[in-house]
Design a protein around this ligand. Structure first.
Ligand SMILES: [Zn+2]
Ligand SMILES: [Zn+2]
Length: 244
């Protein structure tokens, strides 16, 4: 039972980090239309709404990080709001389709976004069917709540705790521990500095499990054109980026 709960956590987590974040929000690698749908489905099973909703709000965060317009800024509105308050508020139920013009041209993604509650509902039923109430509780409920908080930590704690390698004009931080529990997303200062690449742990010791999975998918020819950080970005420092 625990193995299934952990597997469902890891697979769906990759749906968020590799799918919703690095593919749909940042287009940092390419793939086929069928695997694009698989990524949307995996992310969708996390019950974090659809890929288009997620990407539109995330692109907004990068554009306005820590400015008054930022919808989840610790600096502007504190920890609770950045962590979960903005998601519970009704103001952000919709998304601006103009922010995801590249994604709305795929009718299957628009359909999945509209009916975003179907994948998690089916998963909940499957967990119950496989493991009864215990299966529903551990494999769906607990696993989904852990998924929520490890995703929300990026918006809250990763703008509060950790070190900065780059001057980015906002509060993003790098955290080894956060990177471990978020499959590599804890290298958030790296990511804010250079958001276009699929790799977020720029140095060899910056563990980035999402990137390793993407490399394996690349060898299997399921994904391609995985964007890497350029050398001048990897070698830059806080002093140099602050002076620039
Ligand atoms: Zn991002
Ligand atoms: Zn951020």
């Amino acid at each position: 039972m625990l193995a299934l709960a952990l597997s469902l956590f890891l697979i769906r987590k990759f749906g968020i980090t590799g799918g919703y974040h690095r593919y749909f929000s940042h287009r940092s690698f390419k793939t086929s239309r069928w695997f694009q749908f698989v990524l949307a489905l995996l992310g969708g099973m996390s019950a974090q709404k659809g890929a288009l909703w997620w990407a539109a709000h995330h692109r907004h965060h990068h554009q306005h990080s820590d400015a008054p317009e930022d919808i989840h800024s610790v600096k502007q509105q504190g920890f609770y709001w950045a962590h979960v308050g903005w998601i519970l508020a009704p103001d952000y139920n919709e998304y601006d389709a103009k922010r995801v013009k590249d994604l709305v041209k795929f009718p299957e993604l628009v359909w999945l976004d509209k009916w975003h509650f179907i994948p998690p509902m089916l998963l909940a039923l499957l967990c119950g069917w496989l493991g009864g109430w215990a299966g529903f509780l551990w494999c769906f409920c607990v696993s989904t709540v852990v998924l929520y908080h490890t995703t929300f930590f990026i918006n809250s704690l990763c703008h509060m705790l950790g070190k900065r390698r780059y001057e980015t004009g906002e509060s993003s931080k790098n955290s080894f521990i956060m990177a471990l529990v978020t499959l590599g997303e804890g290298w958030h200062n790296n990511h804010h500095y250079y958001q276009h690449c699929a790799r977020q742990g720029f140095r060899w010791w910056e563990i980035d499990i999402t990137y390793y999975v993407l490399k394996i998918l690349g060898w299997l020819r399921i994904v391609r054109d995985i964007k890497e950080p350029p050398r001048h970005v990897v070698e830059a420092t806080l002093e140099r980026t602050a002076a620039a």
